[in-house]
Design a protein around this ligand. Structure first.
Ligand SMILES: [Zn+2]
Length: 434
């Protein structure tokens, strides 16, 4: 089982400078390889990443002599990455999914990042020895023990990080649960998560709070751009393609401040989601969530900012991998399962429910529902129908002992027909309001 640990680095100015160059090299090589790939493809040839790499290696030190100063891993890995990107593209095309061909990496627009192979670095407590730059101080020691697979160094705002990919033994991978509950979790805008226990958890809305600051920052930056354009005689005009606007020291300072603000927003969001998903996985043997069509929801302008501020997509990613670690069964409701519309008491379906209805009355049994809690209760029903009894072998005991239960982390597609039954399992037909 592979786990990654991302650790902040404390590089010296010289090491920073090298990191920048190495990341720049990785980007340059990617662009070279992609351009060559596209050229060969247009010429009717069958491009291949390994052949491209040989081609590059044959000419690199003559054509790009500055590559000598950057470690080989930074200019070898992009070929493997490119092969992977094309592989994913063709697979998506074959399987009828939305496919994105690899694109060129523009300086400042892509993540600065480079790769270090597992035999090229060594860790000694709170420092890591990297090729060409020597010991770099780390902010914490590596948390996992196991087979080191690889590392990559990347930048977020003005900080550098190293991520170690470690293949850990099962005993270290599996975590002990503290509870055996079954819970339905409804993700929402008003409360980030409403649990079927009635608890509603508010997300910190870092973006909303920081948005005003961000707007001020970005306004200042755009003024500086306008000033630079005016100095070039381009005031109010469109910048012709290929023209570079010189960036002043103050512009760079100001954009570094916005980048730090963005990074802080991301950190606050990640902290909240990690604590929430860990708690759900630790306290429950089964959790049911909705299969939200996040990209579909993001096209709704009104909802987009609120949704991306909570981080639904990241929630789903985290709960999925943590479910495997805690031996928690994650049940994902079918995308068309009407969790908000069904009455959790009698199963009547409220077809007239709109997004604005926070509470509604059931025409079947007369009960009054809080929209989010009702949805969570319906999801809980999915969780309990598939949950295993606490006493069974695949519950927590086995997971804690390091034996992977057969069902761990499995995402079970549940069809919505399963839920027109009542909690007692009796089939009930859906009634319509008279
Ligand atoms: Zn009802």
């Amino acid at each position: 089982m592979q786990l990654a640990h991302r650790i902040a680095l404390d590089p010296t100015p010289q090491q920073r400078e090298y990191f920048r160059r190495a990341a720049g090299t990785a980007r340059f090589v990617w662009n070279w390889a992609l351009a060559e790939w596209n050229r060969q493809y247009a010429a009717g040839q069958k491009p291949n990443a390994n052949a491209l790499k040989r081609m590059f290696n044959a000419v690199k030190y003559q054509e790009f002599p500055w590559l000598v100063d950057v470690h080989r891993d930074s200019h070898a890995q992009p070929f493997a990455n490119l092969a992977k990107a094309w592989g994913k593209y063709f697979k998506d095309v074959r399987e009828g999914r939305e496919a994105h061909a690899p694109t060129f990496k523009k300086k400042g627009k892509t993540r600065d990042c480079f790769y270090v192979a597992n035999d090229k670095f060594s860790i000694d407590g709170m420092s890591v020895k990297l090729p060409l730059v020597g010991r770099v101080a780390m902010r914490e020691a590596l948390r996992f023990e196991g087979k080191m697979m690889a590392a990559s160094v990347s930048r977020t705002a003005d900080r550098w990080f190293i991520a170690f990919q470690v293949d850990v033994p099962d005993a270290q991978f599996h975590r002990k649960r503290t509870g055996h509950g079954a819970v339905g979790a409804d993700l929402g805008i008003k409360a980030a998560v409403t649990l079927s226990t009635g608890e509603s958890i508010q997300a910190p809305r870092p973006l909303k709070r920081a948005l005003r600051r961000l707007q001020i920052r970005e306004r200042r930056q755009s003024r500086k751009i306008e000033a630079a354009k005016a100095a070039m005689g381009l005031a109010g005009k469109r910048v012709p393609k290929g023209t570079r606007i010189s960036k002043s020291k103050n512009f760079l300072k100001s954009s570094a401040t916005s980048a730090r603000l963005h990074a802080r927003i991301v950190n606050v969001r990640a902290d909240f989601l990690h604590k929430l998903t860990t708690r759900l996985c630790r306290e429950n043997q089964a959790v049911a969530i909705e299969d939200l069509n996040v990209s579909g929801m993001l096209t709704n302008e009104k909802l987009a900012r609120a949704i991306s501020d909570v981080g639904f997509y990241e929630f789903r990613r985290q709960i999925t991998y943590k479910a495997a670690r805690y031996g928690m069964r994650l049940v994902v409701a079918d995308r068309w399962f009407p969790s908000s519309r069904l009455c959790s008491a009698c199963g009547w379906k409220n077809v007239a429910l709109t997004l604005n209805d926070r509470t509604w009355n059931c025409c079947g049994c007369g009960s009054t529902h809080d929209r989010d809690l009702n949805a969570a209760l319906n999801l809980k029903r999915l969780a309990t129908e598939t949950a295993l009894p606490v006493a069974s072998a695949s519950s927590n005991g086995a997971a804690a002992a390091g034996i992977a239960p057969a069902v761990v982390g499995e995402v079970t597609p549940v069809r919505h027909e399963a839920v027109s039954k009542t909690a007692r399992g009796r089939k009930k037909s859906l009634r319509t309001c008279a």
